[in-house]
Design a protein around this ligand. Structure first.
Ligand SMILES: Nc1ncnc2c1ncn2[C@@H]1O[C@H](COP(=O)(O)OP(=O)(O)OP(=O)(O)O)[C@@H](O)[C@H]1O
Length: 251
């Protein structure tokens, strides 16, 4: 399904103060892949996600979703294919009820109200919060807010789901729930996180970023146990994989 492919070619981006946060990244993500993007603080992960989503535009290079080049003009089309769950659910939820938040995207695309209702109820069911549909989003717990934010993206039925730190600030039970939920999404997933145990469980492929460049791109289980690589990129082999009798990692 080449129209679901996400391709990044020699991507570069500098902030207005001339700080170059992305320095020539290239990769291609195919339909159905689940890809983790990891790196130390300030490595350039959030900047990369904003370039993928067309929140920022590159100084050089390009992002293509299928055959469509991400530009200001193609953004409405791109936003129908790419859904992003922001790090802070409060950036995503702004209506008076959970229902209206989840309905916001489909209504924005002028779908008829019957279709909107169908999508909203389905998305709420998938994330396990149909009982919260009439509640005010700002009164929900952190885990409930995250579920509502994910539902607000799922109701757009994106081909590619992009998530910035989806498990940040969640208690173990909510974290587990969010992970199960994301695992059930069978389309392409791109996740940035410092939660490397989650990356290990959820992502088959991992791209490591170091100071705006790709330091490694490969099979997650091989990348995360590479103590030398992880150390050079300001990261650590996840505890669960240290001294692993199977892979032999010795950190
Ligand atoms: N608005 C901005 N203006 C100038 N520099 C910025 C701006 N936003 C981010 N940067 C810089 O760009 C680099 C990449 O930042 P980015 O937020 O993409 O990193 P990150 O990998 O997401 O970090 P973290 O894990 O801490 O969220 C950093 O050096 C950061 O200081």
């Amino acid at each position: 399904m080449s129209h679901h492919k996400l391709e990044v070619k020699d991507l570069r981006f500098s902030y207005p103060d001339n700080h170059e946060a992305v320095k020539g990244m290239s990769f291609c993500i195919h339909h159905g892949e689940s890809v983790g993007i990891i790196g130390a603080n300030g490595a350039g992960k959030s900047t990369l996600l904003m370039l993928l989503m067309g929140v920022l535009f590159p100084s050089q290079g390009e992002v293509c979703v299928g055959d469509i080049h991400v530009t200001k003009k193609t953004l409405p089309m791109i936003r129908q294919r790419l859904g992003m769950v922001f790090q802070d659910p409060d950036d995503q939820l702004f209506m008076n009820t959970v229902y209206d938040d989840v309905a916001f995207g489909p209504r924005n695309y002028k779908l008829d109200e019957k279709e909107v209702e169908k999508r909203v109820l389905h998305a709420l069911e998938v994330v396990g919060i149909p009982h919260l549909k009439d509640r005010a989003p700002f009164k929900l717990s952190g885990g409930e807010k995250r579920a509502a934010a994910i539902a607000s993206v799922l109701s757009m039925q994106p081909d590619i789901l992009i998530m910035d730190e989806p498990t940040a600030a969640l208690d173990p039970k909510s974290r587990r729930r969010v992970m199960e939920l994301l695992r059930s999404f069978s389309h392409t997933k791109i996740v940035t996180s410092h939660d490397l145990d989650m990356i290990y469980e959820m992502c088959d492929r991992t791209i490591v970023i170091k100071k705006g460049e790709i330091a490694a791109d490969g099979v997650t289980s091989e990348i995360l146990v590479n103590a030398e690589l992880m150390d050079a990129c300001g990261l650590e082999v996840p505890l669960a994989l240290q001294n692993c009798p199977v892979c032999g990692s010795k950190k």
